[in-house]
Write a protein that binds this ligand. Sequence first.
Ligand SMILES: Nc1nc2c(c(=O)[nH]1)N[C@H]1C(S)=C(S)[C@@H](COP(=O)(O)O)O[C@H]1N2
Ligand SMILES: [Mo]
Length: 174
Amino acid sequence: MQGVCMWGVWVCVTLSVLVWTSQASAAGHALPKPAGKVIMTVSGAISQTNLSGGAAFDLPMLEALPQHDIQTSVPWLDGKFVFTGPRVMDVLNRLGYEGSSLKARALDGYSVEIPIEDMDRFQTIFAIKKDGKKMRIRERGPVWIMYPFDAHPELQQEVFFRRSIWQITEIQVQ
Ligand SMILES: Nc1nc2c(c(=O)[nH]1)N[C@H]1C(S)=C(S)[C@@H](COP(=O)(O)O)O[C@H]1N2
Ligand SMILES: [Mo]
């Protein structure tokens, strides 16, 4: 930029703005900072952050992404439910992720590794609602990775039950 600036202030300012805007558009819109209580933090191999080393989400940030329903029964509850929330892939793409797996950790200390391929193949969601209502911590909320168990019989296995982590607080992309 120094060479450009020697040609004069106007050339310098114009080119600086062009360089700045092209960099900004390559990176996508800056991730907003959470205004409310942070419920989930994503870190690791992501390019979009809103705090040092990570991306913090409050509930409205997750509600602002396109919402998808998964109607299914789950092994832990009686009945069928409609779970609603953003696709995990939409969140990862928004964060400019690289990598192939997620290390997810929950409020109760439980943690599990999940292949990102699952998220794409089954269009799993970060469920933030059950039958239209926010899930309290005692109801396995506020965020629960949900698979379409009923729609895909091959998901009726322990390996996927383990990856269906509830009360998520932290995700490391690796
Ligand atoms: N937060 C959280 N999510 C979790 C678990 C857990 O202990 N805590 N257990 C996992 C495992 S190993 C399985 S098989 C299923 C069912 O757990 P459950 O046997 O406690 O119902 O949920 C998964 N998700
Ligand atoms: Mo399990």
